[in-house]
Each structure stands twice: as structure tokens, then as C-alpha cells.
Ligand binder design. Structure first.
Ligand code: ADP
Ligand code: MG
Length: 276
């Protein structure tokens, strides 16, 4: 698998107020391969959003570098190329919807790329189908649920045919049903081959990733498979992070003497371990 994103010794310092600089990222090294699903977790202020913004050149390194498909994000002439390849989805669905009808909203990106109307129509249909929102194409976005709006926002990014989706806490404002709809859509897109970088504070969402990256005070403090990361219950708690409910329950049961595999991190695995 080829490298899609390569971050080398990345540093980001914000100017801050009254000359007091804020060092948001120090010495980040991270490679994301084509087709991978990487979850990023970390407490508030650990630098997750700052890292995400580097992935499509919304901000530029103050040290080190960030390459997207081999293009340095500081290459001003390639900025739109980068933004087409790496699409961003943010937390608040209401801030991301621009049109009065769902299909017009999804068409907005490709229209700005100057794509011919027939091709745009094809892409809009395909993008809405991929997030299971095809039946709402003529609806007004304001009438949709949060989870539906987020899926329209994702479709709007998909219509640009990106290689990679970067989602910064896309489910933080949603109810459990909306969260599930969005995560299911993201998993489906990843299975179709799209690379995913998914920032979340819901640990049970990070469990579905191929790899988990843990951020702490502007650095990557841990990285590994979900089982490798979430089996470290005590360490994560010391860092101020939650662990997936199943991992936590399994840890408690182990303390009471039950022999359970240390890699239990999902509800399903716990159920199977307790009732084989
Ligand atoms: P996270 O997304 O993990 O909560 P952020 O990347 O938003 O973390 O923030 C990392 C650090 O950078 C925090 O200390 C935050 O206060 C600071 N920060 C973020 N954005 C700005 C900004 N525009 N100006 C100054 N400091 C900022
Ligand atoms: Mg953030």
C-alpha cells in the first residue's frame, strides 16, 4: 500500500494573544497509507484539530513538513489539488451545509471545480447513494436530523472524489442513532477504498479503525491497533481518556479473578467471551 500522507517532524506554533505563542504540535511523525482507517484520540487541547487542518493545507507547518500524495502542503500552486484529494468534515453539520436543497448542496463542490453538469449529476447521485441519503435528494437540509445532515456533508466531500476523508469529531453533536449512521457510512466508504482519518472522543468508535493514534500535549504518545491501545486501560485513564465500555468492564471482571483475554475491546467480543 502506498503512502498517502506523510508527516515529518511537524511543528505548529500559533501566534496567540499578546505575543504569547502557543505550541500546538511538536515533532509529529505520522504516515497514513492508502486505504487505511486511522482513528485519532486525545484530550481537549492535545492538538487533534490542528493536526487535521494540516492534512488539507488549511494551515501550514511552522516546522517540519506535511506531504499529501507526495505534494508538500506549502506548495501554493497545488493547494486546490490537495483539497480535492483530502476532504474535511467538521463537528457542526449546520455550518457545512450551504444550499437550500440537498442535491444542490452536494453539487456545490464539483461546481466550484468547473465540472460539466452531466458529470456533476452522476457524482451527486453516487455520493448520496454511498451515504444512504439518495431518497432525500430533493429535501431541504434544515428538516433533516443531525446524522442525516452530517451524511449530506460527507456526500458533498465525496462528490469531489477525494482519496482521503478527514473527519474532526463528526459525531460530537449527534444522538446515538445519528452517531451510528455516520460511523456506518464512514466504514462503508473505507471498505470502498477511501482512506479515513477519524478524530473522535468516543472510544467505541475508535475501536473500528485499523490503527489508533493517541495525542497528548501536541505529540503522538501512543500508536497501535485498537486492541494494543485499548488494552492499556490504566494508562489511558491516567492520560484522562476514556476506554471503550467493553474494555473497562473486562478489566473490572479480570480484577475480580475472571480469566478474560486482554484484547477484549468491543461489546461483541465481551459477549462471546462471557457466553461462548
Ligand atoms: P484539540 O482538537 O485536540 O482539542 P487543538 O488542535 O484545537 O486541540 O488545540 C491545540 C492547542 O492549540 C490548544 O492549546 C489550543 O488552545 C491551541 N489553539 C488552537 N487553535 C488556536 C488558534 N487559532 N490560536 C491560538 N491557539 C490555538
Ligand atoms: Mg478539536
Amino acid at each position: 500500500m502506498g503512502e498517502l500522507i506523510k508527516i515529518e517532524n511537524l511543528r505548529h506554533t500559533y501566534p496567540g494573544y499578546e505575543g504569547r505563542e502557543v505550541v500546538a504540535l511538536t515533532d509529529i511523525n505520522l504516515t497514513v497509507n492508502q486505504g487505511e482507517f486511522v482513528a485519532v484520540i486525545g484530550t481537549n487541547g492535545s492538538g487533534k484539530s490542528t493536526l487535521a487542518k494540516h492534512l488539507n493545507a488549511l494551515i501550514l507547518p511552522t516546522g517540519g513538513r506535511c506531504l499529501v500524495n507526495g505534494i508538500d502542503t506549502t506548495d501554493a500552486e497545488r493547494v486546490w489539488d490537495i483539497r480535492q484529494q483530502v476532504g474535511m468534515v467538521f463537528q457542526n453539520p449546520d455550518n457545512q451545509i450551504v444550499a437550500a436543497v440537498v442535491e444542490e448542496d452536494v453539487a456545490f463542490g464539483p461546481e466550484n471545480l468547473g465540472i460539466p453538469p452531466a458529470e456533476i449529476a452522476r457524482r451527486v447521485t453516487e455520493a448520496l447513494e454511498l451515504v444512504n441519503m439518495e431518497e432525500y435528494r430533493h429535501h431541504g437540509p434544515h428538516l433533516l436530523s443531525g446524522g442525516q445532515k452530517q451524511r449530506v456533508a460527507i456526500a458533498g466531500v465525496l462528490a469531489m472524489r477525494p482519496k482521503c476523508l478527514v473527519l474532526d469529531e463528526p459525531t460530537a453533536m449527534l444522538d446515538p442513532r445519528g452517531r451510528k449512521e455516520v460511523l456506518d457510512s464512514v466504514c462503508r466508504l473505507n471498505k470502498e477504498g477511501i482512506t479515513v482519518v477519524y478524530i473522535t472522543h468516543f472510544m467505541e468508535e475508535a475501536v473500528v479503525a485499523h490503527r489508533v493514534v493517541v495525542m497528548e500535549q501536541g505529540q503522538i504518545s501512543l500508536t497501535g491497533t485498537p486492541a494494543e491501545i485499548f488494552s492499556q486501560v490504566e494508562r489511558l485513564k491516567t492520560m484522562g481518556l476514556d476506554v471503550p465500555p467493553a474494555a473497562e468492564v473486562a478489566a473490572c471482571l479480570r480484577k475480580r479473578g475472571l480469566k478474560l483475554d486482554k484484547n477484549i475491546i468491543s461489546d461483541e467480543q465481551l459477549v462471546v467471551a462471557l457466553c461462548p
